[in-house]
Structures are given as C-alpha cells and as structure tokens.
Design a binder for this molecule. Structure first.
Ligand code: PHE
Ligand code: ZN
Length: 851
C-alpha cells in the first residue's frame, strides 16, 4: 500500500475558496451497486478569493464517467482525494457524471443503504463521496435535485416540486447551503404526518418517515417537533422557512441524528417510541434530539460554520438551546443535574486525558474525530457562562443581532464574540480563552472570617494538557450564596467574576460565620477544591435554596465517603444513608430530584476522583466499595424504600411526561437498592407485571445488578427477539451489569449470538460499548476485556472507521491505572495502531492517545 501519510489541517491555513457557486443541479439514478450522479454546477470567480486559479474539487471513491466545462469534454487530473482542472477566467459551468456503490458503503458516510433504503450522511465530509464538489462549509449554494428510482418515497432537501416528464421526483431548496447539509432518501417508507402553522402564517407539512410497521411509534417525535417549533418562535423568535419538514428514521447510523436542511435523518433509536418498547430515558432523548436537530435550522443551517474548526459555533449553541428547551419542557433543575453528570462523565474525562483539546481546536487529521464532548458539551457550557455574565436580556439582544447580522453566512467564533461585544459593550478578549485553552480549570477556595466579614479567596489553575503546557487565567463566573449555621440563606445568589489567577471577594455585616454555597447551578465547568466538613455538606443537602447545590452536596458526601472507604478501609457508617433518607422522604421535593440524589456516583467517576487526589484507582476496590455503600444505604433505608416502591406503583396507563417519568425514576431507584438486599421477588413481580419498558427494564437491571434475573433475561429475549431497538437493550444490559469477572466472557459469548449484527453501529455499541461501560468488568485483572475490545475494533475499522475511532476512546483513560493495566491497555492501543491499513480516523485517535 502506498497511501500518503495523513496530514494535519490547521486553522491558521484557512483561505477562501477561489469560486462561488451560482447554482447546483443534481440528478440521481439510484441503483444499489451502481448509482449514477450527474451534476451541473455554475461557478464564478469569488470576489473575496485569491484571483484566477485552477478548479479543485473534492471527491473520494468516485468513478468519473465524463466531465465537461461549458459543454466541452475535459480530462481533469484525478487523485484519491479529488481532481484539478484548468478553467476559463470568468464564469463557467462544470458538468460531470460519476458512479458510486451505495450497497458496498459500510462506512455509512456519503450515499449508503440501510435495510434496502437509500440514505445519505454528508457531515462532515461525506458529500465528496457522492460527487466532485468543493466540500467545505463556506461554499454555499442553492440545490435542485432530481431522483430517478422506483422507490415509492423519494426525498431531498427543500420544497417538493411536481415530478418531471419522466416521472422523476424533483426537489428545490431555496436556501443556499453547504454540501454537508445535503440529503437524499429513497425507499419503501411510510409516514406519520401533522402540520404546523408558523406565527407569520406559513403552513408547514411535518412528516416522520419510518419502515412499514413502525408507524405507530412516531407520535412522540412528531409532538416533540411541534413543541420545538413553537418554542423556537417564542424564545428565540425563529420561524421555520420551508413548506415541509421531513424526518427519516434509519437503523444504520453512526451518530444520533443529522440536521440536513428540511430533511433530518435520525438514528431510529432517537425517533421510534412506544410505551412498551421505549424507556423514559429514551423519550427524553428523543425530545431533546428532535429539538436539537430542529434548532440547527437557524443555528447551523441559516448561519453555518466558515470551516470545521468553528464546529462549536453551531454545536455548542445548539446544545445550549436544546438544554434550555428541555429545562422548559421538564424540570430545569433536574435537567441541569443531568447535564452536569454527563459533562463530568464525558467531557471532564476527555479533558483530563490525552485527547484533551480546546472547544475550538487548532488542527486535526480527521474532522470526524472532533465531534466530541468538549466541542458539544463544553461548547454549550461556554454559552451558558456568557449568558450568565451578560445577563438574560443582553443575551437575547445579542442573539437577535447575531441572526440579523449573519443570516446566510458562514461564520467564525470571532464573529460570534463580536456580536456580544457590540450588543453589550463588553470586552471579551479574555473570555475567548474558553474557546482556545483546553483543560478543566481547578478552583481552590480558601476562606477567612473576621468582624462580621466573610472573605473568599479564589485561586484558579488549569493543569497542562497536550500541546498546552502553560495556561493563562480565564474569566470564571462563580455564583455564590451564603447560609447561616442554622441553614437559613443570609446572602442570596451573587455572581463573582474571577478574572485573575487569584482574587478575593468579601461579604460584610454577617452575624455568624456562614456556610458558602459555591458555584450554584454549576455556573462554570470547573473542579472546586475546598476543604469542607461532612456537617457543612449535610447542611447544604438539607437547606440550600439552590437545587443544583443541594444535589451536589449529597454527591460530594458520597464521593468523600467512598474515597475514605477505599483508601482507609472505613465503614460506610450511618451518616450518609441518614442524610439520603431525609431527602427521599421529603414529599415536597420533585421525585425526579430525589431519584438523582439517591443514585450513587459511577465507578468511572470515583476512579477519576481518586486519580485527581493522587491515588491510583483499583477498579475492583472501587466496585466493591460502591457495592458496600449501596448495600448499607439499602439496609438503612429498607422501610422507606419499600414504602416508596409501593406508593409509586403505576396508577393508570403509561404517559411519557416528566412528572410521571420522575415518579418512575424514584420507584426504579428504590427497587435497585432493595433488590441488592432482598431475594429478588419484588423485582421479579415488577418484571412480570410491567406494561411499559421503563418498568420492565428497570426490574431486569435491578435483578442483573444483584447477580440474579437469568430467567427474566431469557424471557425478555423471547419476547423481543423481533425488535431491533429493544434487542439492543438486551445485548447491552447484560454486559454492562455483569459481575466484573464475568463481563468479558458474556460479551464474547454475545458476539457469537446470531443477532449480533456487528456492522450495525447500535448493535456493536450495545455489546462492546456495554463492556467498556462496565468499569470493573472492562478493567478486570488479566486484561481479557481490553484484548476482546481491541480485537473487535480492529475488525470494525476497515468497515466503519468513524464508529471505530469514536469507540477507541474507551482506552483514553489508560494512564489512570496501575503499571500492569497501563501496559495491557497500551498494548491494546499499539495493536490497533499496527493493524494493517488502519484508517485515518482510528490512526489519529490511537496516535493521540499513545501521545
Ligand atoms: N451534526 C449532528 C448533530 O449535532 C451530528 C452529526 C455529525 C451527525 C456528523 C452525523 C455526522 O446533531
Ligand atoms: Zn448538533
């Protein structure tokens, strides 16, 4: 093989494309093995470009049949990455016909087939696998698409047109867009439909297209779409801009979903839901992702990114918007806690390891590797901080200016920040470091108390990250309130703005030394380091007016206790279960909030906490300590937990709303703890009676976690063997919840199961991702799980590089552990790196992880 060494792309190398596109016409002659794509693209010189140059088009895995410029045949110079062709000065028309092979496309980028249906995925650089084109987001054009196929449903972006004389389907998208937003779908699909009237009176047809048989699982997605459309009008003043909005569910998809203009394509697991097959968590994810993709229509599509380094411009903002939406639809405090849990589990983990990178990276080898927790979740946190700093009203004003000033453009983070500077008069030079500096800042808190004055001394410090040994101070918004020793709030929330490496803030006129409630609402994505007593934590858990910090106090108590149990062999004691008891019995608290408080930290979280404290985590000891603590809580709280489980039993048909889901989550948390100490009959009864997947799976997982439930697992398989999405759950829970020393063997056995369709990303993730999510199972002594995971990643890489590269992050924490585990994990990574023909995607990830 003589493949050129993959080269890095740098933000600093950005240059505008020499041409602009006046219009694109595409004709597809669909055929599984031999699809023809005929393109007609009108180019003109870019007035902001470098002047006359040859035409360079991206193109990969294409067979060029012919090409013409202004009607005359040309013979471009072709490489594996694209082509170059001399062109006249001034405007010209490029025409070409290429052949592609959708049936052989297992990478699921470009045009591919899923269950006999044609579909596309073009973000980030999939369009170049469909035809020769300047496949970069700053080249925006109007597309007209014609589809020749006998498929009953043929879709593309924009508004549907009358079929042409040959009966071919035609679509016209009036909004100029980059190629990554192109989409095409054709197949035997059926739709569930509704309509929405925008506030200026545009009638929009809404359709959710699914495989025949799935049509009774679309209602919730349609409803979530309508609520998203209304919310974006009410909260952001954004209206929809086409006559149709189509959503298509596909079973084979690398990611969650994709915001193609007017034709969103979704992983079917984020569309299809019925009470019997989807859990409350599934419903919440569907609502959030439907909203996310819809919101992209303005933040991403109408205003897009100049280049892929600006990915957070659309993703951070759109995640922030979908978080606000879910907070409005459900409980805002509960949503905030869930988001922070997610941020710490994925982004803090990423930022603490070899893959740490800024929210706006400066270079990449494969852009697919930068759809990360840092770009998405930390990118959303940065927007939340900006909103806190300037205030809600100024934020709204800045957003209005952003839409007004940049509609139709491909923008940068500089454009975004300039809007805020112009709207508020603030200088955001230092704030911009949140985009350019990687790593999680640590905030050390020292206090003093004298003559009624309480002072906070804050010190910020960010540990070095790859490529960034030195860190400059960032702007950190720290929301603080003070409680008196009796638990009464004496100073309501005040926003401190930390801008220096070290800074002090005073509160005067207090009669007693207060207890601080720091970083309320998790006002910045940082790690707080403060010596605190269990009494203080218990006081906050019982009395803080900030719900996030109430939960956080309980979490901190649990973590400190676990660290103590692990490093000093101490007993769990009664204080923590006692404090939990007060919360779960408080009828005034939202059941969903109580459920979150009852949940213990994850093993991965404890391992990271130990590492940060300078202790090498032993995964088996972490697992054992968490079990001991759970059992202690269950014993201490047996009576109230049983009472909750009984009282919260379903009292009517299933509804997916937040309130009902909150009651089920508290009931499920109670069952999980009880099943650790009882004979399993309570969970077995729930399993037998359940009429919805939340209760059915909740009972099954409670049993599996307690080492029981084998009969139920078999029953579940028999009942659901024909349902792909439910079977994904069956595959994953038994690996995820297996005892540490059994997990690898179970995963291995499942990969031999006839339904283990390893080329389907959801199924692959269910088993191998499930194994990685079983912390003690993945890190069990001997390293068999590392080896099994590496074997499967090596097998998947040539088939689907993007999913392989994403999943290789299961090894990103390798430096956390003891020398023995480090050796075995490094060996697994080296084996991946040395796999013949390793993909650019996986090669880059493994290279960065090995450092
Ligand atoms: N842009 C998609 C989203 O955020 C994610 C995605 C990226 C999907 C790349 C597919 C490929 O919603
Ligand atoms: Zn997105």
């Amino acid at each position: 093989m003589t493949e050129a060494a993959p080269h890095a792309v740098h933000l600093s190398d950005y240059a505008p494309y020499p041409f602009v596109i006046d219009g694109v016409e595409l004709t597809f002659r669909l055929d599984p093995g031999r699809t023809r794509v005929i393109s007609r693209i009108a180019f003109s010189p870019n007035p902001d470009g470098p002047g006359h140059s040859a035409l360079q088009l991206d193109g990969e895995r294409l067979k060029l049949i012919w090409a013409r410029i202004d009607g005359a045949p040309v013979e471009p110079r072709i490489t594996p990455e694209g082509l170059t062709c001399d062109v006249p000065t001034g405007s010209f028309v490029w025409e070409a016909e290429v052949e592609v092979d959708p049936a052989a496309n297992t990478a699921l980028e470009g045009l591919y087939m899923s269950n006999g249906m044609y579909c596309t995925q073009c973000e980030a650089q999939g369009f170049r696998r469909i035809t020769y084109y300047p496949d970069r987001p700053d080249v925006m054009a109007r597309f007209e698409v014609t589809i020749e196929s006998d498929a009953p449903v043929r879709l593309s972006n924009g508004n549907p047109q009358e079929p042409d004389a040959q009966g071919r389907a035609r679509w016209s998208d009036p909004w100029p867009k980059p190629a990554y937003l192109f989409a095409l779908v054709a197949g035997n699909l059926t739709a569930r439909s509704a309509s929405f009237t925008t506030r200026s009176g545009r009638e929009v047809a809404l359709n959710v297209y699914v495989r025949p048989g799935d049509e009774d699982r679309c209602d919730y997605a349609l409803d979530a779409l309508i609520r998203s459309m209304r919310w974006d009008e009410e909260v952001y003043g954004r209206e929809y801009d086409l006559d149709v909005f189509n959503i298509v569910a596909v079973d084979d998809f690398n990611m969650g979903a994709m915001e193609n203009k007017g034709l969103n394509i979704f992983n079917s697991k984020y569309v299809l839901a019925s009470p019997q097959t989807a859990t409350d968590r599934d419903y919440e994810m569907i609502e959030g992702i439907i909203a996310h993709e819809y919101f992209h229509n303005w933040t991403g599509n109408r205003i897009t990114c100049r280049d892929w380094f600006q990915l957070c411009l659309k993703e951070g903002l759109t995640v922030f918007r979908d978080q606000q939406f879910t907070g409005d639809m459900r409980s805002a405090p509960v949503k905030r806690i869930e988001d922070v849990l997610q941020l710490r589990a994925r982004q803090f983990r990423e930022d603490a390891g070899p893959l740490s990178h800024p929210v706006r990276p400066e270079s990449y080898i494969e852009i697919n590797n930068f759809y990360t927790a840092t770009v998405y979740e930390k990118g959303a946190e940065v927007i939340g901080m900006l909103r806190r700093l300037v205030g809600a009203e100024a934020y709204d004003k800045a957003l209005a200016l952003y839409f007004d000033r940049h509609d139709g453009q491909a923008c940068t983070i500089e454009d975004w920040l300039k809007v805020f500077e112009d709207a508020t008069g603030r200088d955001l030079t230092q704030f911009k470091r949140w985009y350019t500096q990687s790593g999680t800042p640590h905030l050390r808190v020292l206090e003093s108390w004298e003559d009624g004055t309480y002072s906070l001394h804050l010190q910020q410090q960010t540990p070095p990250t790859p490529g960034q040994p030195e860190k400059a101070p960032q702007v950190i918004p720290v929301a603080v309130g003070l409680l008196d020793p009796g638990g009464r709030e004496v100073v309501p929330t005040r926003l401190l703005e930390l801008t220096q490496a070290e800074q002090s803030f005073s509160f005067e006129g207090l009669s007693d030394r207060p207890v601080p409630s720091l970083l309320r609402g998790f006002s910045a994505p940082v790690v707080i380091e403060r010596a605190s007593t269990a009494q203080e934590r218990a006081l906050l858990l019982a009395h803080d007016t900030d719900p996030f910090n109430r939960w956080e106090a309980g979490r901190a108590l649990a973590k400190e206790l676990l660290v103590d149990m692990i490093s000093n062999g101490t007993d769990p004691g009664d204080d923590y279960p006692g404090a939990l008891g007060k919360v779960i019995e408080d009828e005034g608290l939202d059941p969903a909030f109580r459920a979150l408080t009852l949940a213990l930290p994850s093993e991965d979280d404890i391992a990271q906490t130990l590492k940060t404290a300078g202790i090498t985590p032993d995964p088996m000891a972490v697992h054992e300590a968490l079990n001991r603590l759970a059992v202690a809580c269950a014993r201490h709280l047996r009576a109230p937990l049983a009472a909750l489980h009984d009282a919260l039993a379903p009292n009517g048909p299933y509804t997916p709303d937040a309130e009902a889901a909150g009651r089920r989550s508290l009931r499920g948390a109670a069952l999980g703890l009880l099943t650790r100490i009882d004979d399993g009959s309570r969970a077995e009864a729930q399993f037998a009676q359940a009429d919805n997947m939340t209760e059915e799976l909740g009972a099954l997982t409670a049993l599996l976690r307690a080492g029981k439930g084998h009969e139920q697992l078999a029953q579940f398989e028999r009942k659901w063997s024909q349902d792909r999405l439910v079977m994904d759950k069956w595959f994953s829970v038994q690996v995820m919840l297996a005892a540490p020393r059994e997990a690898c063997e179970i995963a291995d056995r499942l990969t031999a199961h006839p339904a283990f369709d390893w080329k389907n990303p959801n199924r692959f993730r269910a088993v191998l991702g499930g194994l990685a999510a079983n912390h003690a199972g993945f890190h069990a002594p001997g390293g068999a799980a590392y080896a099994l995971a590496a074997d499967w990643l090596i097998r998947l890489d040539p088939v689907n590089p993007q999913t392989t590269a994403r999943m290789s992050t299961m090894f990103e924490t390798w430096r956390r552990y003891d020398a023995d585990r480090q050796d075995m994990m490094r060996a697994a990574l080296e084996r991946l790196a040395a796999a013949p023909g390793v993909s650019r995607d996986t090669g880059e990830m493994v290279g960065r992880m090995l450092g």
